[in-house]
Design a protein around this ligand. Structure first.
Ligand code: PLP
Length: 404
């Protein structure tokens, strides 16, 4: 039975059903939702049924027979994030969505990308690759003393450099920092600057409105806080960016029509950013995951999940030899800690042995942030709404016992 957590139900009432819907809850304390959330049964069933159908009637025939359900992927994303179904493209990962968006920008030598010091590792590597190949310039806006980007300073840099692209990550992989992406977006819109937002860690955790953010492009995955399958991502492309003619460098027969021996026309919608081949079971699983998140209620999730994380962060920070690293005005469900006297893999393995799922981040994930914090690694614990206070307390107690 599906439990909804709208105004009519409290978490106390709905949690047992939500956990019963999540078989993994019986096996592990899953505090690695920032890596990949636990699948809910309706999502798993949707995917298994489609694979069975492929085996029974053929892969092409199965996708043709489920065309209406496949369309729901786009409908659900628009209902979750704003925009229209035609503004969304499926991608095999958030990184793939990001690089196809980048490839649609005709960078020239001397163009500036303005970004922040807390951007995702692969985005930064892509920018450096653009610099190596096209001679673009990369400018990083400074942080505030309390953490998080200084939006006023970033706005001045926008005016000074007139960047070809402004890029920000809503929540980076290596800390709980929530960046003020809508504030940055307001400046981009005022100045008519192209704006790319990485919402990989925030989608499914917080309400997101692509129009309020003012993004031209926004990328995400379904596997983390949306609790969808691995091997999935999506790209939002605004009407503005579509009308301006942005199309990926390697557009294929799905994204474009080969109209004459020497000509092609890109599709009218964000499908121009997709590839012809789709993992249909995954796409259907993503649609089911977004529907599930909307039914649980994103507003309710955005209240509960950071609260669980705050309880965890405070409890861990109080342990001698453990330091919570997250800084910034708003903190989400990624809790990062430095632990004295342990090696990273050994510490994570000790938690694994207790059935606690976590993740490690290293200096190369966060060259600026970890440099500022003077750490070479951290352990990341990321609870989600289906976790319990008791699990939080158990993890705190386990970390405490490992430190003694
Ligand atoms: C902030 C952020 N952006 C992008 C990504 C990349 O997502 P994917 O692995 O789907 O390419 C991640 C993955 O951890 C992430 O944390």
């Amino acid at each position: 039975m599906r439990a909804h957590c709208s105004a009519s139900a409290t978490w106390g009432e709905s949690l047992p059903a939500l956990r019963a819907d999540t078989p993994g809850c019986e096996q592990v304390i899953h505090f690695n939702n920032a890596g990949c959330g636990l699948l809910a049964t309706p999502v798993l069933t949707t995917m298994l049924e489609h694979l069975q159908l492929e085996a029974q009637i053929g892969g092409y025939e199965a996708s043709a027979s489920r065309a209406a359900e496949v369309r729901e992927f786009y409908v659900e994303l628009a209902a979750l994030l704003g925009g229209w179904p035609d503004n969304f493209a499926f991608a095999s990962s958030a990184t793939h969505a990001y690089s196809t968006a980048l490839s649609s920008i005709p960078f020239e030598r001397g163009d500036v990308i303005l970004t922040t010091r807390n951007d995702f590792i692969s985005n930064q590597i892509a920018f450096l690759s653009l610099r190596k190949r096209f001679g673009i310039e990369l400018v990083h806006a400074p942080d505030l003393p309390e953490g998080g980007v200084d939006v006023a300073a970033m706005a001045l840099l926008m005016k000074e450099h007139r960047p070809r692209l402004v890029a920000a990550t809503h929540i980076p992989t290596n800390s709980g920092l929530v960046q003020p992406v809508a504030e940055i977006g307001r400046h981009c819109r005022e100045l008519g600057l192209l704006y790319l937002v990485d919402a990989c860690q925030s989608v499914g955790q917080y309400p997101i409105d692509v129009e309020e953010i003012g993004a031209d492009f926004l990328t995400g995955t379904c596997r983390k806080f949306l609790r969808g399958p691995r091997g999935s991502g999506f790209l939002y492309v605004s009407d503005r960016a579509l009308a301006a003619g942005h199309e990926p460098l390697f557009i294929d027969m799905h994204g474009a029509n080969w109209t004459a021996p020497g000509a092609y026309t890109p599709s009218r919608t964000a499908s121009r950013f997709e590839e012809w081949e789709f993992p249909y079971a995954t796409v259907l699983g993503c649609a089911a995951a977004v529907r599930y998140a909307r039914e649980v209620g994103i507003e309710a999730i955005s209240r509960r999940t950071p609260q669980l994380a705050a309880r965890l962060r405070d409890g861990l920070d109080a342990i001698p030899g453990v330091r919570a690293l997250d800084r910034g005005e708003q903190l989400g469900a990624l809790v990062t800690i430095a632990v004295d006297d342990w090696q990273p893999e050994e510490f994570k393995s000790a938690l694994d042995a207790q059935g606690i799922n976590s993740a490690l981040s290293f200096r190369n994930f966060a060259q600026f942030d970890f440099g500022d914090k003077n750490v070479n690694w951290c352990l990341r614990l990321s609870p989600h709404y289906y976790n319990t206070d008791e699990e939080v307390d158990q993890v705190i107690a386990t970390v405490k016992s490992l430190r003694q």
